[in-house]
Structures are given as structure tokens and as C-alpha cells.
Design a protein around this ligand. Structure first.
Ligand code: COD
Ligand code: ATP
Length: 284
């Protein structure tokens, strides 16, 4: 590993371990945050038959070594094809660890993608950096082709093609607009307005849900489900957010609606974890 002047191998290892620990903590914080509409949370399994909070937490812990390897391999490197291929290989190995930890259930595929890229991008800077720099680097990585990626079918890909809407790949390639333009500003605004940390994080989730084309929702509940999610999340924020009684009532209505539609905004949940990660590792 070639290091920039002033850095030692120990700096790289320490920063990688910190990034991996924070990424895992953010996955666990996202899973526990309650009440989330349709999603797994501390109350139960939401719209999911095959997921539970215990499984989500086991999955999050299984990913710590993947995040650490992603950071170590990305330390002070630039976004080029070689790094893209390395990150793709580690990401797929992370998916395999997740599947081994959950007996084959997809708990965190989308989260590995978003957080994996952000962990890599943070390590590429070699030291603490702004959220703008990190999402720029993550986007540059996501824009590069990974020739070794299997050309396999996925539900997300099918939804983006069927509805001609962006999905997980595009969100990363466009520098995580739902995190940078919606969730992080909402998180900070709600905190400033005196909301509890849980209410501020729920507000950030709502901000993402007002506009995301979440392929999990599209796959299970089509365009009608997506519209219900976006309108319902807007209603929560218009009612003053999750710190207000009217906002909490709107959130409860959205939860019932998502359950009735068998819909779960897994992509929005991934981007909330990404938001918490950037909030924790950057200074603002
Ligand atoms: C890009 C990924 C997520 C595959 O995406 P695809 O759209 O084909 O579908 P798939 O249905 O398998 O997963 C989509 C997941 O993304 C999340 N998601 C859904 N919609 C969105 C959205 N609009 N924005 C962000 N995330 C979303 C959800 O969790 C969903 O389950 C990923 O699995 C992948 O290709 N990984 C390859 C390994 C790699 O290169 N890793 C590098 C970083 S570690
Ligand atoms: N708290 C959460 N509850 C549910 N899903 C979540 C949560 N946090 C993140 N996710 C994301 O949602 C995705 C799981 O969604 P989903 O179960 O719809 O996927 P699937 O296994 O492809 O489809 P299905 O279960 O509908 O057949 C994961 O990739 C994960 O990253």
C-alpha cells in the first residue's frame, strides 16, 4: 500500500476499523428505529414474512469485515477501473457473507451497495472529508463499469426497466441526491427544531420517501404503492413531522397503508442508513 506523506499503515487500519464500525452501527440504528412504515423495526417484521429484527442485526454484524476490507483496499486511491473491480468483488463477497449469516435471506443487498460505496469513498479521501467529497467519489466509482459483475436478473433492474424510473444504481451514480438534498438537511433541521433524535431520523426517512422511486415498493405494489408512499410521507412532514402529534398520526396512517399494500420501502431504509453514516463521519 503506497501512503501519502504524513500517513502510516496504522492510520489506514484505524480509519478502516472506525468506518466499518460506524457503518454497522448505522445499519443497526436504521433497523431498530421505530415506527417505520412497512419496514422491519423494533415492533416487528412490517410487510416482510422472511425478515426479523434479530436477522437484520445478525446480517449487519456479518458485514463489518466487508466494510473494513472495502476501506483498507480503497485507502487513498482514486476512482479507476481497478478500484471499481476490487470494490465490486468485495461487495459481492459481502453479499455472500450476508446470505450465509441469514440462511439465504436478502436482508441488506441494497445497503451493502450504498454503504459499501460510501465507506470506500470515505477511505479514498484518506482522512475525514465532507459529505460532498465522499458522495462525489462514491458516484465516480458507481459510474465505472464492473466487467466482472454477473449479468444476472434482479427485481430492481426489472422494476427500473418496466417503469422507466431510477433505482439503486442511479441513486449512487447521481451522487445520492435523496441523501444529500433531502435526508441530511431534514435530519439537521428537525434536530434544530428540538425533535428527539428518533423523531429527527424518522423525518429524514420521510424526506427520502417523498420522492424516491423505491424498487422494493415498485416490485411489490407497483406505481400505486409508490404513489401512496410518496403522498403519505409528504403528509407526515406537512403535519409538522414525527415530533408532532399530527405528524405521528399521519405516520401511523402511512404504516397501515403500506401494510395493506404489502409494501416496504427497503431502498429508503438503505438511504437512511447512508444518511446516518455521513452524518456520523463528517463534520458539520
Ligand atoms: C446495485 C445493486 C444494489 C443491485 O441493484 P438492482 O437494482 O439490480 O437490484 P436488487 O433488486 O438486487 O437490489 C436493489 C436494492 O436497492 C435498494 N433500493 C431500491 N430502490 C432504490 C433506490 N431508488 N435508491 C437506492 N436504493 C434503492 C433496495 O434495498 C433494493 O432491495 C447491487 O446488489 C449490486 O449490483 N452489487 C454489485 C456489487 C458491487 O458492485 N458492489 C459495490 C459496492 S460494495
Ligand atoms: N428495516 C428494513 N426492513 C426491510 N428491508 C430493509 C430494511 N433496511 C434495509 N432494507 C433493504 O430492503 C431490501 C429487502 O427488500 P425486499 O425484502 O423487498 O427484497 P427481496 O428479498 O428482493 O424481495 P421480497 O422479499 O419482496 O421477495 C434489502 O436489500 C435491504 O437493504
Amino acid at each position: 500500500m503506497r501512503l501519502q506523506p504524513g500517513f502510516s499503515a496504522t492510520d489506514a487500519e484505524q480509519y478502516a476499523e472506525r468506518l466499518a464500525r460506524v457503518a454497522t452501527d448505522c445499519l443497526i440504528a436504521e433497523a431498530r428505529l421505530s415506527p417505520k412504515p412497512g419496514l422491519v423495526d423494533a415492533r416487528g417484521n412490517g410487510a416482510h414474512q422472511d425478515l426479523s429484527l434479530a436477522l437484520m442485526e445478525r446480517s449487519a454484524h456479518s458485514l463489518t469485515p466487508t466494510f473494513c476490507q472495502l476501506a483498507l483496499h480503497s485507502w487513498q486511491r482514486r476512482a479507476d477501473i481497478a478500484l471499481r473491480q476490487q470494490v465490486g468483488k468485495l461487495g459481492r463477497e459481502g453479499e455472500a457473507s450476508m446470505m450465509a449469516a441469514t440462511n439465504g435471506v436478502n436482508t441488506h443487498r441494497g445497503a451493502i451497495w450504498a454503504l459499501g460505496l460510501l465507506v470506500s469513498a470515505a477511505a479514498m479521501q484518506g482522512d475525514s472529508a465532507s459529505a460532498v467529497l465522499i458522495t462525489d467519489s462514491a458516484a465516480r466509482l458507481a459510474q465505472l463499469p464492473d466487467e466482472a459483475a454477473p449479468k444476472s436478473f434482479s427485481k430492481g433492474l426489472r422494476a427500473t426497466q418496466r417503469y422507466q424510473l431510477p433505482g439503486a444504481r442511479e441513486e449512487a451514480q447521481q451522487r445520492f441526491p435523496h441523501v444529500m438534498q433531502l435526508a441530511l438537511p431534514q435530519l439537521h433541521r428537525s434536530r434544530q427544531q428540538g425533535a428527539s433524535e428518533a423523531a429527527a431520523q424518522l423525518d429524514a426517512l420521510m424526506a427520502i420517501m417523498t420522492s424516491l422511486s423505491d424498487t422494493c415498493v415498485l416490485s411489490r405494489a407497483g406505481l400505486a404503492g409508490l404513489q401512496a408512499m410518496q403522498q403519505g410521507a409528504k403528509a407526515v412532514l406537512i403535519a409538522g413531522g414525527c415530533a408532532q402529534p399530527a405528524g405521528r398520526a399521519a405516520l401511523a396512517r402511512l404504516d397501515s397503508q403500506m401494510l395493506a399494500l404489502n409494501a416496504s420501502p427497503g431502498g429508503a431504509a438503505d438511504l437512511l442508513a447512508a444518511t446516518l453514516f455521513l452524518d456520523r463521519i463528517t463534520e458539520h
